[in-house]
Design a protein around this ligand. Sequence first.
Ligand SMILES: [Zn+2]
Length: 397
Amino acid sequence: MSRYRLQPSPAQEQALLEHCRHARYVWNLAVEQHACWKPGRKSAPGFAEQCRQLIEARAAFAWLRTGSIIVQQQALKDFAQAMANYFGGTHRRPAWRRRGRGEGFRIVAVKAGDVRRLSRHVGEVKVPKVGWIRFRWSRAVPDEVKSYRVTRDRAGRWHVAFAAIPDPVPAPATGEVAGVDRGVAVSAALSTGEMLNAPALRDTEKARLRRLLRKLARARRGSNRRAEVKAAIARVKARESDRCKDWVEKVSTGLARRFDVIAVEDLKIRAMTRSARGTVEAPGRNVRAKAGLNRSIMAAGWGRLVRRLEHKAPGRVVKVSPAYTSQRCSACGIVDREARESQARYRCRSCGYAGNADVNAARNIAYAAGHAVSAREGPRVAGPVHREPQRDLLLVG
Ligand SMILES: [Zn+2]
């Protein structure tokens, strides 16, 4: 997805808000239908059934009928995807959407002429029932746009994101496998020992944010001042999230270019084995640190990083079981619960290996992936770490 700043006129903005209202209304109806469902009852309606219901609702309600059916159907599609993610264990259950929060809609079946360039820095996109809306042509727009999403962030800025899968990055063909671990101390650790940090707010920006939050606490509910402070907070946070997105693009391209195989933990399994509330392997440890991490913006950034890697290195991303990656010694392979001296340090009491705990986990991930790949393709691709084979029993490809 490449995002562009949309510049609607005031009248167009009203029409966009109407699309958002319809999308939100349809989404919330779907949430309600699924919330009413109880075990033992007939299953809640799926996407196809909901689409039929939408047609009926449009026949009954004029205000819904005046809206775009694409916007409304795509809201149902988003909901179906959200439910699939929820059952897959990677996302929380889809919740009610409130006005002003995460507003947006998707347009599909985009025709060839629906996105065009007007001048060096200005383009325009055709939005059903709204017309041509200008956007800042800040980078190349992908060819053959099939769909796009229009969003309004909490700072009130509009964006359009054109969906196009990026061209795959050619593999270096060195046979090298990289393990990437979602770190606690750093954003991501590589099995090569590199630590990658997503950009955070600068100290001056953090100070400003703290000041704004204090102001917000003092501002009366419903006052204009409160709304102003909230908008200012949203702008600071939007800046942080923009930086994180840029970072993800750079890192994913870099990894796809440098390594043949990129190994990450399978988050579906991870959700079960390594939740913040405690796990089989380490009940309740680091609960506070992880809760903080989950809240942080990087939680979203990590999912995005894996998705982008899969786009840029199709077929070269291997997901491995996260079991024991943080307790196992990447040098000798022994599983040692006590080896983690602190959040950041791993020290093996068996062989004496010591290193950053996240890098240690990343090395285990790379090792597991190397095995998964060699099992599939015959000759071993690459093992960044040497050790005896008996621990492989616990490694799942
Ligand atoms: Zn060891």
